[in-house]
Ligand binder design. Structure first.
Ligand code: NAD
Length: 469
């Protein structure tokens, strides 16, 4: 679909646009833009009796805060430029949503569909050995997470390999996030990015400027939504959005689009894909070609598959008035220009998909504290609330509705606390973006505003730290 500028070109263009609004010395800006460290490796893996050489990468974009943080993707065309661009996005994403990490990203150039589970385990473990040997992973150094083609299973292999190579390391599990619950994971991480996209969509529509420009109201129920990518981000988002009353009128996948103007049954579609490995021929919708999702009538488009999907040609086809970027870098700068010209609002990736890294941050903190969130305070919270109910009942002579009291009895567990922290982060993030936007009425879009938010904070951190030695 795309043969234009690379992700790195797009990042650099967006960065330069934002840098014009930030007061910092040119040398500092240039240093912030540059990628601090990269590790490109070629390692052998035994695949069905043959020695196969695989290429792996890890880029740490900025050490202004450590550890650095960012996902690992398994994708056939991943290369050094791509992980450098993705690592840079992570730096500004973390800064944007006040997560105290520098940005990083890694990948292995494979199509995970081509390998068995045992082979994938060997590949992942070998990659982790390489990262460990070169100091590109560790709880205080660089903490990977899931991305395209990887999930909690791969993160468990990484944690286990790192722990084996670092006996006695108390915080070994904090070397990676997105792990299964039984291996130091946190409740809510799997769905966190999709959930964050849902919050981003809701928050964007709370602002009158955005309502005016899109012609949409703050009411999300009834919105017609198209999603590209039905994986971790797109799948969870679609499920949560449907539960929230939105109508998922189309899903675009690697092999086809499935559409239904009356709304798809997302749970049934997930089950269909689980059984058959594809959404194709789903009886609850019409199967069309891969790019057909672009032409569907809808209010909101959520690209949640891969980068460089919305360029000059494809952006012109989009019917949505609001684009919420679940994927990293789905819109090129020519795509952005088309959207600006047509008055389509784009909620940018470095804010919209920051839910994943936010909850990864919570997981890392949980691992370092060696305790589940809520364990110390939950009972105290429940007792305090019930005591208050008693007091009010005594004073008023009235009885509280039993279902409200029942709700209070369960208190806030880890899942509720994670969701609360995520929601707060997304609410505040949008407030910060809109504050910057209002300060600079000439700013072209929300992407520039989000970059400026992040860039200002990174520049401040450089200022505090200076250059040493
Ligand atoms: P995933 O591998 O779980 O899902 C990707 C989905 O996109 C799959 O269902 C795949 O079949 C589909 N896909 C692949 N090629 C496609 C194509 N050409 N057209 C349409 N669909 C295609 O990956 P994910 O973790 O959901 O990541 C998706 C995007 O979100 C990536 O850009 C990633 O960097 C970004 N992201 C992920 C997270 C996270 O927590 N997983 C966090 C932030 C951003």
């Amino acid at each position: 679909m795309h043969a234009g500028p690379t992700m790195l070109d797009v990042f650099e263009r967006n960065f330069d646009t934002a840098a014009r609004y930030v007061e910092a010395a040119a040398g500092v800006i240039a240093n912030i833009k540059a990628c601090n460290a990269v590790y490109e490796m070629a390692f052998p893996v035994d695949i069905r009796g043959e020695v196969v050489t695989l290429r792996g990468y890890r880029a740490e974009h900025s050490h202004h805060r450590t550890p650095t943080k960012g996902g690992i993707r398994f994708a056939p065309d991943v290369d050094l430029d791509e992980v450098k661009a993705l690592a840079a996005l992570m730096t500004f994403k973390c800064a944007m949503v006040n997560v105290p990490f520098g940005g990083a990203k890694g990948g292995i150039a494979i199509n995970p569909r081509d390998y068995t589970v045992e082979e994938l385990e060997r590949i992942t473990r070998r990659y982790t050995v390489e990262l460990t040997r070169k100091g590109f992973i560790g709880p205080a150094v660089d903490v990977p997470a899931p991305d395209m083609g990887t999930g909690s299973r791969e993160m468990a292999w990484i944690a286990d390999t790192y722990a084996m190579m670092n006996p006695g390391e108390l915080n070994a599990l904090a070397c990676v996030t997105g792990k299964p619950l039984a291996q130091g994971g946190i409740r809510g991480r799997d769905a966190a990015t999709g959930r964050g996209v849902q919050f981003a969509l809701r928050e964007a529509l709370r602002y009158v400027e955005i309502q005016r420009q899109t012609g949409l109201s703050s009411k999300t129920a009834g919105l017609r939504v198209v999603v590209q990518g039905f994986g971790n981000v797109g799948g969870h988002f679609a499920r949560l959005a449907e539960a929230d009353g939105m109508r998922i009128v189309g899903i675009g996948e690697w092999d086809c689009t499935v559409a239904n103007p009356a709304g798809l049954d997302v749970q049934a579609l997930l089950a269909w894909r689980r059984e058959r490995g594809s959404i194709k021929d789903f009886p609850g919708g019409v199967t069309r070609d891969r790019d057909a999702f672009l032409d569907l009538d809808c209010d909101v488009l959520v690209p949640a598959a891969l980068q460089n999907q919305l360029d000059e040609a494809t952006a012109a086809r989009v019917k949505a008035r609001l684009v919420v970027e679940g994927a990293n870098g789905p819109t090129t700068f020519t795509g952005d220009a088309v959207f600006q010209e047509r008055g389509v609002v784009v909620v940018p990736d470095i804010y919209a998909n920051a839910g994943g890294v936010t909850v990864s941050y919570f997981e890392w903190i949980k691992n370092l504290s060696h305790m589940r969130f809520g364990r110390m305070a939950r009972r105290v919270g429940i007792r305090t609330q019930l005591r208050m109910v008693q007091g009010v009942e005594q004073l008023t002579g009235q009885v509280f509705p039993p279902d409200v009291v029942e709700d209070m009895r369960s208190g806030a567990g880890e899942e509720e606390l994670v969701d609360s922290g995520l929601e707060d982060t997304m609410v505040q993030g949008m407030e910060e973006i809109m504050a910057v936007r209002r300060e600079h009425p000439d700013m072209p879009d929300l992407r520039t505003a989000a970059f400026v938010c992040g860039l200002q904070k990174v520049a401040l951190a450089y200022g505090e730290r200076g250059v040493w030695p």
